[in-house]
Design a protein around this ligand. Structure first.
Ligand SMILES: [Zn+2]
Length: 253
């Protein structure tokens, strides 16, 4: 069964049990599972290129992404990725690199955690890890004036490029929030962008609102082990339906 390509979204790899956390043991076991089941870890750039050029994606492809750029990616996730020879894309908030995640709008239940510094980012960039932009300040772009949004977006791309001396072609919308105007700004500056819509990506996906699978839904159970079966597909679809019902209820309230 062709179920589409899972683009996995991790945030922090730590033991706090928060909604953005996957424990180091769980992360290690999920990467081992992908390795043992012979999945192909392709980069997000490769995936976007395949969709753009309408080429087929290698069978059993999976993409790994991290949002926000927590320091524990370097200390905990990166050694595991290296062990298995996996690539990943990390979306950075350059206005906060080397500091912590206390940006405006951060919910109180999210623990305060350190973010990657440029030295760590450079080392990973030299070793198969890609970096994308996630605005300068983790801004909710849908609430900004077009000019402010453009600055948040374009500056984040330029600062990362300046530090890495590499082209930055990928973007992730903070909180998944965007408008048509923002999408147009993204289109002129990037080759692809990730949303937070919970679904599998496919060759039909819009490369500027790629759906992903939030690993929150796999942080406290063992369903990830079914990634090569239809159980995984059904579970993701089920969570996606529940989430859209909840969002509709919340919007009505
Ligand atoms: Zn984020």
């Amino acid at each position: 069964m062709d179920i589409g390509i899972p683009i996995l979204t991790y945030h922090s790899i730590d033991n706090s049990g928060s909604v953005i956390s996957t424990s180091p043991t769980k992360f290690q076991s999920q990467m081992k599972c992908l390795h043992d089941k012979h999945f192909n870890i392709i980069s997000l750039n490769e995936m976007v290129k395949c969709i753009y050029e309408r080429q087929t994606v290698p069978p059993k492809s999976v993409v790994i992404t991290f949002d926000d750029g927590f320091k524990n990616i370097y200390s905990t996730a990166y050694p595991v990725l290296k062990e298995y020879g996996f690539t990943a894309t990390v979306f950075l908030v350059p206005g906060y690199c080397g500091r912590n995640n206390q940006w405006d709008g951060q919910p109180k239940e999210i623990p305060v955690m350190d973010l990657l510094d440029w030295e760590e980012i450079r080392e990973m960039a030299d070793n198969s890890i890609d970096f994308g932009a996630h605005t300068m300040d983790h801004a909710d772009l849908s609430r900004l004036l077009a000019e402010q949004a453009r600055e948040e977006i374009v500056n984040s791309k330029h600062v990362i490029q300046k530090y890495l001396k590499k082209d930055v072609r990928l973007f992730a919308y903070p909180y998944g929030r965007l408008t048509n105007e923002i999408k147009d700004i993204i289109k002129t500056n990037f080759s692809g962008a990730c949303s937070v819509k919970l679904d599998f990506a496919s060759l039909e996906s819009d490369i500027y609102t790629l759906p992903r699978i939030d690993m929150y839904y796999f942080s406290k159970n063992n369903y990830f082990e079914y990634i090569d079966t239809s159980i995984f597909f059904v579970y993701v679809k089920f969570r996606s339906i529940l989430r859209s019902i909840r969002n509709k209820v919340v919007t009505k309230l």
